[in-house]
Design a protein around this ligand. Structure first.
Ligand SMILES: Nc1ncnc2c1ncn2[C@@H]1O[C@H](COP(=O)(O)OP(=O)(O)O)[C@@H](O)[C@H]1O
Ligand SMILES: [Mg+2]
Length: 249
């Protein structure tokens, strides 16, 4: 469904994304993890057309889309959410979602109808008439997801939709993401919360300082020394092994 090859982006002297290649197969959920500043959002921004890469290519559903503007990529069925969500605060939940639906539906009535359907799917049915600015953090995250979903994507890129949620809200969001996958939408998500990654993703890519350092099933990558080092700092893997040995005595 998505094939990224040798994607690279510099910001001045900073190599934000360095020669990254990865694949997201159709129908599944793939996660992208890594410490703050690893280049995850920049990678999503390049895939979805918001930032032009310095080099490398992006293919979606077998078609090269590198360098296309976001609205054309979105029209092809690839859409992203934003880490910092900015709904139209004075508009209602329903109207905000309808903005996404307008990509394919010109009529206001049709767009609002589609918005109501999508709201039901992400559990926002009871909040349809609420002003977006009155939503909680969890509500705003759901709205951002619903707005993206209303464009009828084939591939949805989710940037930290669990951030700032309490455990109950997170459990509900995990169910929403699974429901979206079950509708036939392929999901590629950036996530910090490893518990969420473990319960959602079949495959995980780990980015550190712009480079991919590991990939595999969630259980596999958690045991990879390079991943432990990236998250916990230099020498952490060796210390953890030493502690495990100590504890087993
Ligand atoms: N528009 C930009 N201009 C300059 N530097 C940027 C810009 N966007 C991101 N960066 C830098 O690129 C690096 C990667 O950022 P980002 O992709 O947001 O990381 P992540 O999402 O993994 O936390 C960081 O060091 C960040 O400060
Ligand atoms: Mg980010």
């Amino acid at each position: 469904m998505l094939e990224v090859s040798g994607l690279t982006k510099r910001f001045g002297g900073l190599l934000a994304v360095a020669d990254v290649s990865l694949r997201v197969p159709e129908g599944g959920i793939v996660a992208l993890v890594g410490p703050n500043g690893a280049g995850k959002t920049t990678l999503f921004a390049m895939v979805s057309g918001f930032i032009a890469p310095d080099s490398g290519s992006v293919a979606f559903a077998g078609e090269e889309i590198t360098g296309l503007p976001p609205h054309l990529i979105c029209a092809k069925g690839l859409v992203r959410t934003f880490q910092v969500v900015q709904p139209f605060g004075r508009l209602s939940v329903c109207e905000n979602i309808a903005v996404g639906a307008h990509l394919h539906l010109a009529g206001r009535k049709e767009a609002l109808e589609r918005a109501r359907e999508v709201a039901e799917k992400v559990g926002m049915g009871p909040l349809l008439d609420r002003r977006a600015q009155a939503l909680t953090v969890a509500g705003r995250k759901r709205l951002e997801l619903a707005r993206a979903l209303a464009t009828a994507p084939r591939l949805l890129l989710l940037d930290e939709v669990m951030a700032g949620l309490n455990p109950t809200e997170m459990g509900a969001m995990i169910d929403v993401v699974k429901a979206i996958r079950d509708m036939g939408v392929t999901v590629f998500l950036i996530e910090h919360v490893m518990q969420a990654v473990a319960s959602l993703a079949e495959r995980v890519y780990v980015l550190n300082q712009g480079r991919l350092i590991a990939d595999g099933a969630p259980g596999e990558i958690a045991r990879t020394p390079a991943v432990i080092e990236a998250y916990l700092g230099h020498g952490a893997a060796a210390r953890m092994v030493a502690q495990a040995v100590e504890a087993s005595r």
